[in-house]
Write a protein that binds this ligand. Structure first.
Ligand code: C2E
Ligand code: CA
Ligand code: CA
Length: 633
């Protein structure tokens, strides 16, 4: 059959029942005929021409369909080559059928490399990288019924020579062909690694953080051989808060970095280090004989950290306390080992800091006792189990009681009377001293308001009250509530107030002084550098610690020191009170040395409020004897 006739015959198939023409069908027929009869192409074209000239409507349809198809194809090309992902399609023979521009870019292929029909193996040879992992192949059932075909998804990862990481997700179809999308995951991977790093490291020092340390400790304990010991050191810088307070937080941070560096240098790479918190670090030592090795390391770190640090022209001295626990002797699990090291650390601190202590079972018992005391103390604040006793301050020139010092007593329902030295340090540590101190101020001011105008009230104030509460406001409230004149109130502070937060405390002290409240330096002579603290604030009074009084009668040297301190107070324009005067001889000597005031059992021990009022009403005797001295308890 001639091509033309065949064509016409075929064309009739494209005529629908209603006489209209199915353009798409016709196009297919034109193409098919064209392909199978290439020789007769001119005739077909001519016939088609004829047909088309006769049928204008058909021509328009055909041309617009052809145009739409061309546009669709163009659009497909555009989409394909602008995809942010690489795309490749391989047929069942593993030959490339389709790929896009991003695919070529990702793997560094040239246009020639990706000619359709290229074998997958040949293409892989040209890749500038190596396959890292050929991860899980996941099969997925297509459709619900068991007979349906399966397709598998496989993830592959490539490390390119330039460092990029490319991930391919390959879908292998049932006929063996595959469609894959490829993406550069370098940035995502880096971000993920960064997040993992940040979650496990301290950004300031670059050391592992508490979470990471915990993981390392768990791993070390799990891998521990039966005869192996593991030492855990918990380090804490002594009084680091005062460095932050005086030099500022950013200088504090710089010093912490230097501290970390020194610890790192001492510990070397064979020990595991971490920063557990602000000024807390930890070291884990495995595969060593203990306690010798860890003692040597702790000694070395202490020496390194005792060398001064420099911030600009400022020199900073630091010391460190350490608690050490050893597995399996002290504990075999992480939690307990960490806890025991912390317990040992708190004992090192209590021993006056700068120490290292190994955990012992007695420490644990003490710790339990301490926790119990703390719980009781919290309850005591709620239940107001406290009472104030008053100890007279005796004016040696006027021979009269010129004031009382309020001293707290805790009447515990079971423990009995707990002395302040047993609970005030704990209350300071756990912050309860703020509430207790507020209660003391109110009670003392109220009681003092019932005494004659010329009798003062002295109240002890902790360093914590300066840093953790609005002391000025608390004092003002107490004075207002009691309608007590500020000039009748004396606040006794110790050097620690100026040592720990001088910058915070000085303005508060000045404000208190401006209100007319008097400020005393308590326990003078027991700290380190009393003279520098004395000159940093115009104290109204110095209270010389009772340890200086004991020997003044029998020892010339003690007498000379006492005389010198009294003269020093005079020179600075501060009143001098000597504490702990227990005998008439001591009182007589101090009177001769022109000491202003004394306090001690010789005058009277601290007594309840009712007794204080009674003491005031009794006449005083001169020459070192007083009627109150017998009333001790
Ligand atoms: P402190 O402020 O130095 O108080 C003087 C301490 O010496 C009192 O001990 C007192 O009873 C004792 N004492 C008085 N005369 C003599 C004496 O002649 N010989 C001897 N050996 N001791 C004498 P207390 O009452 O046990 O208080 C101890 C410390 O507890 C006080 O020392 C003070 O630091 C603290 N404290 C007491 N009450 C408070 C308070 O309300 N707030 C705060 N923050 N601390 C308080
Ligand atoms: Ca005192
Ligand atoms: Ca004192």
């Amino acid at each position: 059959m001639k091509a033309e006739a065949l064509f016409w015959q075929q064309c009739t198939q494209a005529v629908n029942e209603d006489g209209s023409i199915d353009a798409e069908h016709l196009m297919e027929l034109v193409i098919a005929t064209y392909r199978s009869h290439e020789s007769g192409y001119d005739e077909i074209e001519r016939s088609a021409e004829m047909l088309l000239t006769e049928n204008r409507e058909l021509r328009d349809t055909i041309s617009s369909t052809a145009q739409a198809l061309a546009e669709q194809h163009k659009l497909f090309e555009i989409v394909l080559n602008n995809l942010p992902l690489g795309l490749s399609v391989f047929d069942a023979d593993q030959r490339l059928t389709l790929s896009n521009l991003r695919f070529r870019q990702l793997f560094g292929f040239s246009d020639g490399d990706v000619a359709p029909g290229t074998r997958i193996a040949d293409l892989m040879h040209k890749t500038h990288g190596t396959e890292q992992t050929s991860a899980r192949t996941r099969s997925r059932k297509e459709g619900q019924d068991a007979s349906s075909k399966t397709r598998r998804i496989r993830r592959r990862e490539w490390l390119m020579d330039d460092g990029r990481i490319i991930q391919s997700v390959v879908t292998i179809l049932a006929d063996g062909s595959n469609i894959a999308i490829h993406a550069d995951i370098t940035e995502d991977r880096k971000a993920a690694e960064r997040i993992t790093y940040l979650a496990h490291h301290d950004p300031l020092t670059g050391l592992p953080n508490r979470i990471r340390f915990r993981e390392q400790l768990d791993a070390a304990l799990a891998e521990r051989r039966q005869d192996e010991q593991i030492a855990l050191v918990h380090l804490n810088l002594d009084r680091f808060k005062s460095i932050n307070n005086t030099l500022g937080v950013s200088a504090g941070d710089k010093i912490l970095q230097q501290v970390a560096e020194r610890i790192r240098a001492s510990a070397g790479s064979e020990n595991i280090l971490a920063r557990l918190g602000s000024d807390e670090f930890a070291i884990l030592q495995t595969h060593r004989q203990q306690p010798w090795n860890i003692t040597a390391l702790a000694d070395q770190i202490r020496r390194e950290l005792s060398e001064p640090f420099f911030r600009g022209d400022k020199q900073v001295e630091l010391s460190v306390s350490m608690g050490i626990s050893i597995a399996p002797d002290d504990a075999a699990e992480s939690d307990k080992l960490l806890r025991n090291a912390a317990v040992a650390l708190s004992h090192a601190k209590a021993d006056g800091r700068r120490h290292q202590r190994f955990f012992t079972d007695e420490m644990d018992e003490k710790m339990q006792a301490r926790h119990a005391l703390e719980a009781d103390l919290r309850a005591a604040v709620q239940n107001e189990e406290f009472e104030l006793h008053y100890q007279p301050l005796y004016d040696l020139a006027q021979h009269r009681i010129c004031g009382f010092e309020a001293l707290i007593r805790w009447n515990h329902p079971v423990r009995g009377r707990v002395p302040p030295m047993e609970f005030i340090p704990l209350a300071e540590e756990v912050g309860l001293v703020v509430d207790i101190g507020r209660w003391v101020l109110h009670r003392a001011c109220n009681d003092a308001a019932r005494w004659p105008e010329d009798v003062k009230i002295a109240v002890n104030v902790s360093a914590i009250q300066f840093s953790s509460s609005d002391l000025l406001q608390d004092v003002n409230k107490a004075l207002a509530a009691a309608e007590l004149s500020p000039s009748r109130l004396e606040l006794e502070i110790t050097e620690s107030v100026l040592m720990e937060n001088r910058d915070e405390a000085l303005p508060i002290l000045h404000a208190l002084k401006e209100r007319g409240i008097r400020i005393s330096m308590d326990d003078f002579g027991t700290g380190y550098s009393s003279l520098s603290y004395l000159s940093s604030f115009p104290f109204d009074k110095i209270k010389i610690d009772k340890s200086f009084v004991n020997d003044i009668v029998d020892h010339k040297e003690a007498h000379a020191i006492m005389r010198a301190i009294i003269l020093l107070g005079d020179a600075l324009g501060m009143r001098v009170t000597v504490e702990g005067v227990e005998t008439a001889e001591q009182m007589a000597l101090l009177e001769r040395e022109a000491c202003d005031e004394i306090q001690g059992y010789h005058i009277s021990p601290p007594k309840p409020f009712g007794d204080a009022a009674h003491m005031l009403s009794m006449p005083a005797k001169k020459n070192g004897t007083t009627p109150f001295a017998k009333r001790r308890h």
